[in-house]
Design a protein around this ligand. Structure first.
Ligand code: G4P
Length: 530
C-alpha cells in the first residue's frame, strides 16, 4: 500500500495559474485541459458567453464583472501523469481565497500579458508564492498581439521580483508578428504553428530545421538565434535547483487563445514542477507521504450549482490514500467525519470519486462541519499549520431589509462566514442583530449582497463604518479601546473563533492608541495591501 502511495504521489502535478485579471487565465486553463484531451472544445470549463456550461448562481455576477469568483478544480491525465489544476480568483479583493488555494498546490504558473508586463495583481500573487515557497513557471501570453520586447519583459521580472528568468521557449518574431517558437533545449529547430480558428482545437505544430526556418522567416530567425546566444552568455538557462528554491523561473512564450506554446508549457509542468512531498505539521514535524491519510481543507463553498444545493469542502490530500466512505477525524474537534459523498469536481460537473492520492483534491459534499484550514486525518493524528486570516480594511454593519426574514438572514451570514467570503464580527454594544462584516476588498461585500438575495432570499442593507485598519487584541485591549477618548475605535470579536479585533479609523490612530495604553497588546494581521 505505501509503495502505491509514493508511486501515485510521484505521478501527481498539483498547480495553479495566477495572473492579473484579463491576462488570459481562463483561456489558458481551457487550452491546457484541451491539450490533455480533458475536454473536447474550449469553453467547457468556465462557460464563457456563447460557449456551454454555465449554471452557478453567482456566475451571473462573475460574468457581468468579468471576474472569477468561483474556483474550479480540474483533474486530467497528461503523459502518464495526473494533473490537478486549481483555479484561483483573479481580483485583488479575493486575495485571501487565492492565498488558501496556493496552500494546496506544489507549483504555480504565472501568466503575464505580453503588452502589459507585470501588473498589480501579478505582483501580489507572486508575493504569496514567495511567502509560501511555491516555485513559479512563467508564461508570457498574447504574443500574437503587439506588445513589449521579450528581453525587456525578462528584465522586468528579474529586477522587480529578484527572480532569474530562464527562458525555455523563445519567440521567433516580435509580439504581433509571431513566426514560431524555439525550444531552447533544441535550438536548431523552429516550431511553426497553424492557428486553429477560435482556439477550439489544438494548433497544428510543424518542425522546421535551421535552414528551413531561415528560408521561411529570414531576419526573424536570425534575430532569434542572436538573442538565444545572448541569453546563453548571460546564464539565463533553466536550472532545476534554483527554480525549486524560488530563485529562478522557467519562462515560456505563447498565445493561449490559439493554443500556441501551450503543449510546451504543459510538458514543463510534468517535467519541472515538483511532485507532492512530505508536508510540514504545526508542531514542526512532517507528515510523510506514506503515512495514513491526511488532508487540508483549503476551500469551503455552498450552492455552487442550482441543482446541488449543498456545501462542498475542498480537501487537498497530503498523505496516504483517500478512499470514499472512509471515516476520518477532524483535528480541530477530534470528531469523526464520514466521507460517503466524495466527489471530484471538474468545472461545474461532478462525479463520484473512489480513491485519491497525495496532490489530489477531493470535494466533500454535505461538509457542514468543516472549516477552511481544517486538517482531516485517519489513524495517526496530524495537524497542519492553520490558514492565516488577512487584515480586513473595509467594515460594514449588515441588516436584513425585511425583518420577517431574520432566520434566513442569520443562516446566510453564518454560512458566508464559514466559507470565508467575509469575516463576521460581533460586539456587545451592537448586539447580534447587527453584525459587522469585515473584508479585505469591497467586492467581497458585493458577493455577500448578491448571495444573500439570490441564495438565502434575505436581501441585506450595508452601512459602512469609518474604520480602515484592524489589529488582533485581547479582552483587556478591547475594553481599553472601547473606553479610549482619544481614539475613535471599536473592539469586536470574530464570530468564527472569538478572537478580539480592534478597529481603527486609520493606522495613525493605532499609534495614538499605543501611546495611550502602552501595555495593551495589539498584534498585526497579515496585510493584503502593502
Ligand atoms: P482572465 O481569465 O485572466 O481574466 O482572462 P481571459 O481568459 O478571460 O482573457 C481575457 C481576454 O484576453 C479575452 O478577450 C481573451 O480572449 C483574450 N486572450 C486570452 N489569451 C489571448 C491570447 O493569447 N491572445 C489574444 N490576442 N487574446 C487573448 P475578451 O475579448 O475580453 O473576451 P472573449 O470575448 O474573447 O472571451
Amino acid at each position: 500500500m505505501s509503495g502505491d502511495t509514493t508511486e501515485e504521489a510521484a505521478r501527481r502535478r498539483t498547480f495553479a495559474v495566477i495572473s492579473h485579471p484579463d491576462a488570459g487565465k481562463s483561456t489558458l486553463t481551457e487550452a491546457l485541459a484541451l491539450h490533455a484531451h480533458a475536454i473536447t472544445s474550449a469553453g467547457a470549463v468556465h462557460g464563457k458567453s456563447g460557449r456551454r456550461g454555465v449554471s452557478s448562481d453567482w456566475m451571473e455576477m462573475e460574468q457581468a464583472r468579468g471576474i472569477s469568483v468561483t474556483s474550479a478544480v480540474l483533474q486530467f491525465p497528461h503523459r502518464g501523469q495526473v494533473m490537478n489544476l486549481l483555479d484561483t480568483p483573479g481580483h485583488a479583493d479575493f486575495s485571501e481565497d487565492t492565498y488558501r488555494v496556493l496552500a494546496a498546490v506544489d507549483c504555480a504558473v504565472m501568466l503575464v500579458d505580453a503588452a502589459k508586463g507585470l501588473e498589480e495583481q501579478t505582483r501580489k500573487l507572486f508575493d504569496v508564492c514567495r511567502h509560501r515557497g511555491v516555485p513559479v513557471i512563467t508564461f508570457i501570453n498574447k504574443w500574437d498581439r503587439p506588445g513589449r520586447d521579450a528581453l525587456e519583459l525578462l528584465d522586468e521580472i528579474e529586477s522587480e521580483f529578484r527572480l532569474k528568468p530562464t527562458p525555455v521557449t523563445w519567440p521567433v518574431g516580435g509580439p504581433g508578428h509571431m513566426r514560431g517558437l524555439v525550444d531552447v533545449r533544441d535550438p536548431d529547430r523552429m516550431l511553426r504553428y497553424t492557428r486553429a480558428p477560435g482556439g477550439a482545437k489544438e494548433a497544428v505544430e510543424e518542425v522546421l530545421d535551421a535552414a528551413e526556418a531561415e528560408q521561411a522567416v529570414g531576419a526573424d530567425w536570425e534575430q532569434a538565434v542572436e538573442e538565444l546566444s545572448l541569453l546563453r552568455e548571460t546564464g539565463g538557462t533553466y536550472d532545476p535547483e534554483s527554480f525549486l528554491a524560488g530563485k529562478s523561473t522557467p519562462v515560456f512564450f505563447g498565445a493561449a487563445i490559439s493554443n500556441i506554446g501551450v503543449r510546451l508549457l504543459l510538458d514543463a509542468v510534468v517535467d519541472m514542477a515538483p511532485a507532492p512531498g512530505p508536508r510540514p505539521l504545526a508542531d514542526g514535524g512532517e507528515r510523510p507521504l506514506d503515512a495514513p491519510f491526511s488532508g487540508l481543507v483549503f476551500k469551503v463553498q455552498a450552492n455552487m450549482d442550482r441543482s446541488h444545493r449543498d456545501r462542498i469542502a475542498f480537501v487537498r490530500v497530503c498523505s496516504g490514500v483517500f478512499e470514499r466512505g472512509m471515516t476520518v477525524t477532524r483535528a480541530a474537534t477530534g470528531k469523526p467525519f464520514a466521507t460517503k459523498y466524495a466527489h471530484s469536481v471538474f468545472g461545474q460537473d461532478r462525479s463520484s470519486l473512489e480513491t485519491a492520492y497525495p496532490g489530489d483534491v477531493v470535494g466533500l459534499v454535505n461538509a457542514g462541519a468543516l472549516r477552511v484550514g481544517d486538517t482531516l486525518y485517519a489513524e495517526r493524528k496530524a495537524v497542519f499549520p492553520g490558514m492565516p486570516t488577512f487584515a480586513p480594511e473595509h467594515f460594514s454593519v449588515v441588516r436584513p431589509v425585511d425583518i420577517g426574514r431574520t432566520k434566513q438572514f442569520r443562516r446566510g451570514i453564518a454560512q458566508l462566514d464559514e466559507e470565508g467570503v467575509v469575516q463576521v464580527l460581533v460586539s456587545d454594544r451592537r448586539g447580534e442583530q447587527a453584525p459587522v462584516l469585515a473584508a479585505v476588498g469591497p467586492m467581497q461585500f458585493d458577493v455577500v449582497q448578491h448571495r444573500m438575495e439570490n441564495e438565502f432570499t434575505a436581501p441585506v442593507r450595508l452601512e459602512p463604518l469609518p474604520y480602515s485598519a484592524a489589529r488582533a487584541t485581547d479582552a483587556v485591549g478591547a475594553e481599553q479601546l472601547n473606553k479610549s477618548r482619544l481614539v475613535h475605535g471599536e473592539a469586536m470579536h470574530r464570530a468564527r473563533d472569538g478572537v478580539w479585533l480592534g478597529l481603527f479609523p486609520s493606522k495613525w490612530h493605532i499609534s495614538s492608541f499605543e501611546r495611550e495604553f502602552p501595555d495593551s497588546p495589539l498584534e498585526a494581521l497579515i496585510a493584503a495591501h502593502e
